[in-house]
Design a protein around this ligand. Structure first.
Ligand code: GDD
Ligand code: MN
Length: 379
């Protein structure tokens, strides 16, 4: 899938470097040929004197970035590797995970390839982690001493603040001690990262790691987000949509949140259901067959939303028509089951009609949720 080459290294052989107390710097790049030479120069000037390092670029470029890196690496007294991906999966985040897999040192520092993250901070991030016994050290723009000078324009600042607020409120516990979960600059101990459990999707790889790898101890170091050295941000509107999907996917990893999402989606299903009922009875159809037909509209609506919002990463186990069939069966069984259940509650347990109905609704809802998980989306 990806091919790999290591640039010629003047005085350190590659197998010399991975060792405790060293750092692997992982840099994702997408068409950064005008920046990588400058980045390597900055790393050379500020890192190896204080900390042995290697640099791993994970590159999805369509330009000559790999060649420029290889050429610039000739001047570097540390190993420089380029992993070029022919099939970029997961965008920036996917690239970072590949880099973490390839890292030779326990400490990994992730940073951008456009010089917005000052390499002079790399030794400090690692030293802070060692001193504080932390597994994750975040370079933050939002603590005393940090700033977002390089975030051009009030619009981007507002979007960044809004996204940070939304994200922190969705994951209050996991992000409790992280002031800047959107930062792309951080140090993490490789031993905390179980790469196979990650599902990176786009830019917010720190968020992915903080939520799914659950580092126990977290520290922060302030930093000033610099201006881009050359070129423009690679982020697009599509990246914004990807971020929202990433948030949903992360949140849906907890069963309680998934059940709440399932219930909310179910509620929205009343709308197409009622609309269809209205349209069908207007054609003169008897209300009973109309009810049954209209219910299928609600079922279809729920299915599409659940597939895309809740279980998008669990669809591969069955074909789509198999999933539709099972889902529809469960949804209709729910309807059929409700009446005898209400009768049971009323006659056997002497409940009132209203409370019996409420209990039946809750029961069939939980059954339907559990059934959907187990019968439609589990392998
Ligand atoms: N391999 C790979 N694949 N690299 C990518 C991709 C991709 O699909 N997309 C972007 N990159 C690389 C860029 O080449 C750059 O080195 C780095 O990832 C960051 O991309 P930018 O496009 O410069 O990001 P930004 O400046 O808009 O956003 C940065 O700051 C944000 C905070 O405001 C990133 O660090 C974000 O993660 C961060 O949230
Ligand atoms: Mn950038």
């Amino acid at each position: 899938m990806s091919h790999e080459y290591t640039a010629p290294v003047p005085d350190i052989r590659e197998d010399d470097v991975p060792e405790p107390g060293a750092v692997t710097i992982v840099v994702p790049t997408f068409n950064e040929s005008a920046n990588v030479r400058q980045l390597l120069r900055q790393i050379r000037e500020s890192v190896p004197r204080r900390l042995p390092c290697e640099v791993v670029f994970v590159d999805d470029s369509t330009d000559d970035t790999p060649e420029v890196i290889r050429d610039a690496a000739k001047d570097c007294p540390f190993p420089v590797t380029v992993l070029h991906r022919d099939e970029p999966v997961g965008g920036l985040g996917g690239a970072v995970v590949e880099g973490i897999r390839a890292a030779g040192s326990d400490w990994v520092v992730v940073m951008d390839g456009d010089c917005q993250h000052p390499p002079s901070l790399v030794p400090e991030l690692v030293a802070t982690g060692e001193r504080a016994g932390a597994e994750l050290v975040v370079a933050s723009r939002y603590i005393e001493g940090g700033s977002r000078a390089g975030l051009a324009g009030g619009y981007r600042v507002a979007v960044s603040k809004g996204a940070t607020w939304l994200t922190k409120s969705l994951f209050p516990r996991r992000l409790h001690r992280i002031s800047d979960p959107m930062s792309g600059f951080f140090a993490i101990r490789r031993s905390t990262v179980s790469a196979d459990a990650l599902k990176p999707l786009g830019y917010k790889i720190l968020l992915e790691l903080a939520v799914r790898s659950r580092p126990e101890r977290v520290a922060e170091v302030p930093f000033v987000f610099q201006d881009r050295y050359a070129g423009e941000s690679k982020s697009t509107a599509a990246e914004g949509a990807r971020f929202l999907r990433h948030l949903l996917g992360l949140r849906a990893a907890s069963p309680v949140a998934r059940m709440i999402g399932f219930g909310l989606i179910g509620l929205t299903g009343f709308l197409p259901n009622l609309l269809a009922l209205w349209a069908l009875t207007r054609t003169g159809l008897h209300y009973l067959p109309a009810e049954i037909l209209a219910n299928q509209f609600g079922v279809a609506w729920n299915f599409v939303l659940i597939e895309h919002l809740l279980f998008r990463d669990r669809r591969a186990h069955r074909r789509w028509w198999d999933r539709v069939g099972r889902f529809a069966l469960l949804a209709n069984a729910d309807l059929v089951l409700r009446i005898p259940l209400i009768a049971l509650f009323v006659h056997r347990f002497g409940m009132g009609a209203l409370s019996a109905t409420a209990l039946a609704l809750v029961t069939t809802f939980v059954l339907r949720f559990a059934g959907t998980e187990a019968l439609v989306y589990l392998p």
